[in-house]
Design a protein around this ligand. Structure first.
Ligand code: KIV
Length: 258
């Protein structure tokens, strides 16, 4: 199979559903790539999954670049998307452009950013025109956690749903090659999926989207308390804990090294 590119991702709409996930290091990215995951997102969820924060907000651009470089070094076929962290595209367009360029220089094939305000729409247009493919993100935007007052499902009322539909149209018109729909009702995600020409990638947004995201630590069962919509495809936390336990016990008893 050859390398996924944004044209192939666009063309997958209505043809094939894509199971996409996050990864933050070379080891897991290689395994996901070998398994045929078409898009690997170096998500700012690393703030919570890898760095131990409560939210994605503390993630620094340098941490994103280092993870993007590690992931892209080991990926052969998946499209690698660098998630621009909070603060990297909020402080001026030129700054945002520099950070997006840095992401591609580190090895990403595209960048992801959250929102559909006039400011973000202008960025999506400028990045797209500069040859930087953009994956948009609407619905629940974790970088707005402080503005929401918690990680709150979006699009529940008629007005909120209209706002998410408008946001999804705006990012598509601005040139995004796909859009993430996070934590919105399934009927709303289905409506947007039918409405747009670009693929929708849902997370906590029901089964009708063109593709799905799962955060790697949730998918593999490394996170033992994942959100309710998650399906764990393995229970690695217990396996890993038991392996560490057995190792410590064997060193103590003298069984290892033999
Ligand atoms: O950072 C992240 O993990 C995300 C999800 C949508 C997959 O943005």
């Amino acid at each position: 199979m050859k390398k996924w590119n944004v044209a192939a991702i666009r063309a997958s709409k209505g043809v094939e559903k894509l199971g996409c996930c996050t990864a933050y290091d070379a080891c897991f990215a290689r395994l996901a790539d070998e398994a045929g995951v078409p898009i690997i997102l170096v998500g700012d969820s690393m703030g919570m999954t890898v760095l131990g924060y409560e939210t994605t907000l503390p993630v620094m651009m340098e941490q994103t670049l280092s993870a993007v470089a590690a992931v892209s070094r080991s990926v052969k076929e998946a499209l690698v998307v660098g998630d621009l962290p909070f603060g990297s595209y909020q402080c001026g367009e030129d700054d945002a452009m520099k950070n997006a360029v840095a992401c591609l220089k580190a090895g990403a094939d595209a960048v992801k950013l959250e929102g559909a305000s006039d400011r973000v729409i202008s960025l999506i247009k400028r990045m797209t025109e500069a040859g930087i493919p953009v994956l948009a993100h609407v619905g629940m935007m974790p970088q707005c956690v402080n503005a929401y007052g918690g990680f709150k499902r979006q699009g529940k009322t008629r007005e909120e749903a209209q706002a998410v539909i408008r946001d999804a149209r705006r990012v598509a018109e601005a040139g995004a090659f796909a859009v993430t729909l996070e934590c919105v009702p399934a009927e709303l995600a289905a409506h947007i999926t039918a409405d747009l020409k670009i693929p929708t990638i849902g997370i906590g947004a029901g089964g009708v989207c063109d593709a799905q995201w799962l955060v790697m630590h949730d998918l593999l069962g490394l996170n033992e308390n994942p959100p309710k919509f998650v399906k764990k495809y393995a229970e690695l936390a217990g396996i890993v804990r038991n392996a560490f336990r057995a190792y410590v016990a064997e060193v103590k008893s003298g069984a290892f090294p033999g």
